[in-house]
Design a protein around this ligand. Sequence first.
Ligand SMILES: Cc1cc2nc3c(=O)[nH]c(=O)nc-3n(C[C@H](O)[C@H](O)[C@H](O)COP(=O)(O)OP(=O)(O)OC[C@H]3O[C@@H](n4cnc5c(N)ncnc54)[C@H](O)[C@@H]3O)c2cc1C
Length: 419
Amino acid sequence: MKYDIVIAGAGPAGIGAALEAARSGLKTALIERYGCVGGNLTQGYVGPLLGKVCEGTVAEEIEAAICAKRGAVPDFEKAKIALTDMLDRAGVDVFLQTSVVGSERVGERIEKIQTAGKFGNISFEAEVFVDATGDGDLAVQSGCPYEMGREGDGLVQPVTLMFIIEGVDPDQPLLCRHEEDYTDLGDGREYLDLCHTACRTGELPENVNIVRLYATGRNTERMVNATQENRIDPLNAADVFKAEASLRRQIGKIVDFLKNNIPGFSDIRIKGSASTLGVRESRRILGRYQLTEVDLMAGRAFPDTVVHRANFCLDIHNPSGAGQSVHAEKRPVTPPLYDIPFSAMCPIGCNNLITAGRCISGTHVAHSSYRVMRICMAMGQAAGAAAAVMIKTKTATDTVDIALIRRHLIDRGVKLEDS
Ligand SMILES: Cc1cc2nc3c(=O)[nH]c(=O)nc-3n(C[C@H](O)[C@H](O)[C@H](O)COP(=O)(O)OP(=O)(O)OC[C@H]3O[C@@H](n4cnc5c(N)ncnc54)[C@H](O)[C@@H]3O)c2cc1C
């Protein structure tokens, strides 16, 4: 099959890329291994949309379509419908239940990619390819170099299975969004201290010393971000099943902990859970530029900035033990507003491939900030815009005029320039 652009992965980044490409007039294919679009935003039960970017990106449009208000946890069922509708209306050809499994490269150019799945083995040709698989599958199949894990021991952040509980007493307001959310339970006990003690005594699973509870929009429900399995390689089949089995068991233990200890939670039950393991970190595909924590902390601007005024804390969930952050008792560091350059989205060795989302080129620490969903969507949109310009001007990632990509995004309403 022949397209102008083929995008691998229909998560937040892939959807951003597909919408921008199709709206720019490109014949667009979006390939997704699961049975519905959304990635972590649907299958992963992940929310709320975190991170900031400048005004006018596709992230605003997506959030308005799937969240009751800005910063709210998405309605995941609504998201499945709304995201599908948006792609359909934009004219994107979506190939569900189809995995990208191979790539044929001639010199610095991908000529075609191979997919496999329910509908057999299909080859796709395109002028530009986008890797929005989160794991950088297409880039690696195309021979591009990558890094994984933190310096020293190579460990990545722990994996988590998200779930939602219902049956909470509507008069119990308890929420706990992160490890600085100290909450008095009203009977002399403090919620996070209780979690820490329960982790030490074994009432909570090993490494689960914080049970984050988010509002879902219904006061009898909470979204729970708590299960945690460390030292998992998310690209190893045995590890993935080991984690899945452990995390599903952890859900029961966490529910029992809440039932037995928290006033108003005695009647809770599981309403639903993610249908796939939540992977925070895997491959980081090496690009012509590698974004670092030094860039982030300096709020560095780049001549080829395509995502502007990005912001989120350096959020490294402890790869080797319990807890949300590696910063012990301190709050995670939050950089000033920073930019993401196009060159961090251009894998070394392949000049018609763009990465978008959590697999772009950055260090382990920088990744912990730009991996959140609003920022990933804005990167996707930038990838779609870059593809449109590359095709129109018959250029590649190393020859394209960056000013034209930026102009394309500005014309779309993205506030890349401060007034
Ligand atoms: C437990 C957890 C909690 C988090 N909490 C938050 C939060 O509260 N707020 C927030 O903003 N971010 C949060 N994040 C981070 C955020 O969800 C991810 O970093 C973000 O979704 C990355 O977007 P992406 O599009 O790059 O990847 P993904 O969302 O992973 O999407 C990648 C897509 O590609 C598909 N795919 C993968 N490989 C292939 C292949 N070979 N062929 C075809 N398709 C493929 C996948 O099925 C998926 O649909 C959390 C992450 C986790 C794991």
